[in-house]
Design a protein around this ligand. Structure first.
Ligand SMILES: [Zn+2]
Ligand SMILES: [Zn+2]
Ligand SMILES: [Zn+2]
Ligand SMILES: [Zn+2]
Ligand SMILES: [Zn+2]
Ligand SMILES: [Zn+2]
Ligand SMILES: [Zn+2]
Length: 469
């Protein structure tokens, strides 16, 4: 009889042999092998596989002392199967406990029991470790590519990663960029800063990042004309273009002064000046003539604007001293007044003054004369001219009451050629009518006839009075 018996299973290799039995009853003789073998077989049937650690399969309770291993009948077998056992993986932490007959069923689901790897790598792994095994250590586990993130088996991953299109590689042109393998070729051809391309103007080869710098100087690069004539030409040809570019043309330096209408490039202006000296001279002369005419016209207009039309002219003679000196030095020097009209539509008169004297007064007197000059209304006036003419040298004494003017007057002689009829042309040599001995030179200093080097002579034409005052 066996009061209590424990079976200890050692960790076994594939042979699954039970090697060490402990007979805790201390009996000298071994138990019936057949019987023990039955139990052993039974356990082996329960679990055919072998990788466990040493542990107690089952223990009969000390009170159950009636287990009869020698019994060969079915009732003792059932009793054995009904005996309570622990899971063979108790030492690894499985706490299952139940009838021996149910151990097999338990082991089908025991977390600590080992089964073949579901990835078919051939290893046996405890169910509880299967997930980790598949994830981390199974040679057949799936590994994601570090670049494309797609899953691969651990045996394929290296091969894949060495050709994965998403692996970033350094550009072979040494531009410093890292580009995915499947885009590297396109990068090197299309966008790489170090790709070699031809300048499309001079056809020399440059890396892309140097091309722009090159084209700033490329002699074949088209540049717009700086004169903005609208033409583009190669940089090396611009100089030649500028010579003939019309937008850059300048005018002849004599354009303003002489009216030369020539235009050309600045580089040929000097030649133009050399070749056209006479032409420019002619232009200048013509321009001078035109200007003289223009000045005459202006003078006439000025005269017309300033002209007196009331028969009275106050003639102001400035710089008397100098003019007197000049008159004495040059014989017959005549000062001529502005013309004036006797009335709005009257005769046009002009006085002349010889400071150093003329005719009978030469060298001793100031002589003064009047003459009728061609006017706008001559054709509708009565001829001969009959207005009384008076000449007054004005005393510039500030006390007007004590002023003593010198006055001379005359009634025109109708037979005097100049008064007889209208003349059509201005005749500078036309003789006037007046007083060769108007004022003796000696009288000029007696009163204030000359003041601030200025002389005033009033000339008056009066149609009514026989004698002017
Ligand atoms: Zn278990
Ligand atoms: Zn595996
Ligand atoms: Zn990949
Ligand atoms: Zn590159
Ligand atoms: Zn170029
Ligand atoms: Zn141009
Ligand atoms: Zn010119």
């Amino acid at each position: 009889m066996i009061a209590a018996r424990s079976f200890e299973f050692l960790s076994l290799a594939e042979d699954s042999a039970v090697t060490d039995l402990d007979y805790s009853d201390g009996s000298e003789s071994p138990p019936d092998y057949e019987e023990v073998h039955d139990v052993e077989k039974m356990v082996q049937n329960v679990h055919n596989e072998t990788v466990y650690s040493k542990g107690t399969i089952f223990t009969t309770s000390s009170t159950d002392s009636s287990l009869d291993m020698n019994s060969n009948n079915s009732s003792s077998r059932e009793r054995i199967l009904a005996s309570t056992v622990f899971c063979i993986h108790r030492m690894e932490g499985c706490s299952w406990m139940g009838q021996l007959g149910r151990l097999k069923g338990h082991l089908n689901t025991c977390k600590k029991d080992a089964i073949f790897c579901v990835k078919s790598c051939g290893a046996r792994i405890a169910r509880v470790n299967m997930e980790d095994h598949i994830m981390y250590t199974c040679p057949n586990r799936a590994i994601n590519c570090a670049y494309c993130k797609k899953p691969f088996s651990s045996t394929d991953i290296d091969v894949h990663q060495n050709m994965c299109g998403f692996e970033p590689l350094y550009c072979e042109n040494k531009c410093g960029q890292r580009i995915a393998r499947n885009r590297l070729k396109a990068h090197m051809v299309n966008t790489c800063a170090k790709r070699v391309i031809n300048c499309k103007y001079c056809v020399k080869s440059y890396t892309a990042d140097a091309l722009q710098g090159h084209q700033i100087m490329c002699p074949k690069f088209p540049v717009p004309c700086p004169n903005r004539c609208g033409e583009n030409c190669r940089r090396e040809e611009m100089e030649r273009h500028l010579v003939r570019c019309e937008a850059g043309a300048v005018g002849c330096p004599h354009k303003k002064a002489a009216g030369c209408s020539w235009t050309g490039h600045p580089s040929v202006v000097d030649q133009h000046l050399l070749d056209n000296k006479d032409y420019h001279m002619d232009l200048l002369l013509q321009k001078t003539r035109n200007q003289a005419e223009y000045i005459d016209r202006l003078k006439q207009e000025l005269e017309r604007a300033n002209i007196n039309k009331d028969g009275i002219l106050i003639w102001k003679i400035k710089d008397f001293e100098a003019k007197m000196e000049e008159a004495k030095a040059s014989e017959g020097l005549e000062l001529v007044s502005l013309p004036f009209y006797t009335s709005a539509c009257g005769y046009r008169l002009q006085a002349s003054l010889f400071l150093a004297g003329n005719g009978a007064g030469e060298g001793t007197h100031m002589s003064i004369y009047i003459k009728v000059v061609p006017g706008e209304y001559d054709n509708i006036l009565k001829w001969p001219f009959k207005h009384t003419i008076s000449f007054t040298l004005i005393d510039q004494d500030p006390c007007r009451q004590s002023a003593v003017n010198i006055v001379e007057s005359f009634i025109p002689d109708p037979n005097w050629a100049n008064f007889a009829r209208a003349s059509k042309v201005e005749d500078p040599d036309q003789l006037g009518f007046g007083f060769p001995k108007f004022v003796p030179h000696g009288m000029l200093d007696l009163r204030q006839y000359v003041k601030e080097d200025t002389l005033f002579i009033k000339i008056r034409a009066d149609p009514n009075k026989g004698v002017a005052v």
